[in-house]
Design a protein around this ligand. Structure first.
Ligand SMILES: *[C@@H]1O[C@H](CO)[C@@H](O)[C@H](O)[C@H]1NC(C)=O
Ligand SMILES: *[C@@H]1O[C@H](CO)[C@@H](O)[C@H](O)[C@H]1NC(C)=O
Ligand SMILES: *[C@@H]1O[C@H](CO)[C@@H](O)[C@H](O)[C@H]1NC(C)=O
Length: 261
């Protein structure tokens, strides 16, 4: 049984090899020359790169192999960051990069992404106007603007800043409509919070001097009661334009004769 299978397979293999050979025979020169030219190009490129490095070394008196061109991938410290993968820090570890130790970089986190803001040490270092952001994730403060109260990544309830202050009880609106409106306002407000945080994250990501270094990990879950909206943010909440109330007044003014009729 096994024998006959081998025998049966035998000729098949031969014929397919023959076919393959025939196929190769059809355009042997083409394939060959392509391999050679690719290798040639590689050799030529390597030679050119090597020669240009030597030339640069000579022209810059040994200071640079790249004509003083220093993109991030030629920067040893950034390359090692990139090579070793994203830095993973716990909140306690991140707190050590708060700018008080000049030999350490300054890190801040927004939505758990850590950025190196050492280049802005006058802003983020001790005494800087944004020093509260250094060494921690204070995402909530980016949304509310309350640097003192909101040094936390806890965004629960931050959306209230975008929600109009308490409804006018005399407002001519059914409780069902009021409920739907409240739900819609809450949804829209949460979207605004996400957009605001994303805006700041992009700010750091696209900044010329700041760069992403890693992620904040082991952030304890926020289980305590959600923080209250800080006072300045509470005061800054939008006022609802009471359309219905205005309309009522206008209706009365516009139709003074109605009650008489
Ligand atoms: C590499 O980048 C870091 C951070 O931006 C900078 O402090 C350092 O001076 C750079 N090193 C070189 C050799 O350019
Ligand atoms: C700030 O960082 C230093 C070390 O760089 C550390 O000793 C100090 O405790 C940190 N401060 C806070 C408030 O975490
Ligand atoms: C934070 O980042 C996560 C992804 O890592 C994203 O799903 C979430 O929407 C972000 N939150 C905010 C407030 O931007």
């Amino acid at each position: 049984m096994g024998d006959s299978e081998t025998r049966r397979r035998g000729p098949k293999v031969t014929s397919s090899t023959a076919k393959l050979a025939g196929h190769v025979d059809e355009q042997p020169e083409d394939t060959d020359s392509r391999v050679i030219s690719l290798l040639d190009v590689l050799r030529l490129l390597l030679t050119l790169v090597f020669a240009s490095c030597l030339l640069s070394y000579y022209l810059t008196s040994g200071a640079s192999f790249t004509f003083n061109y220093n993109p991030w991938f030629l920067n040893a410290s950034k390359l090692s960051t990139w090579w070793s993968g994203p830095l993973l820090l716990t909140p306690a570890q991140l707190a050590l990069y708060n700018g008080t130790d000049p030999s350490k970089p300054i890190y801040l986190a927004i939505n758990s992404t850590i950025f190196d803001v050492t280049a802005g040490k006058h802003t983020y270092g001790p005494g800087g106007s944004y020093e509260v952001f250094a060494g921690r994730d204070a995402t909530r403060a980016y949304v509310t603007g309350c640097f003192l109260e909101d040094r936390t990544g806890d965004l629960r309830g931050a959306e209230w800043i975008y929600i109009p202050v308490e409804d006018d009880p005399d407002e001519d609106i059914s409780s069902g409509t009021r409920k739907l409106r409240a739900e819609k306002e809450r949804r829209d407000a949460k979207k605004k919070v996400l957009a605001e945080v994303a805006k700041w994250e992009e700010f750091y990501r696209n900044h010329k001097k700041y760069f992403e270094v890693g992620k904040l990990v082991d952030v304890p879950e926020y289980v305590a009661e959600a923080p209250k909206l800080c006072e300045p943010a509470e005061k800054g909440r939008p006022k609802r334009k009471n359309m219905n109330a205005k309309k009522d007044k206008r209706d009365k003014k516009d139709a003074p004769g109605k009650p008489v009729q």
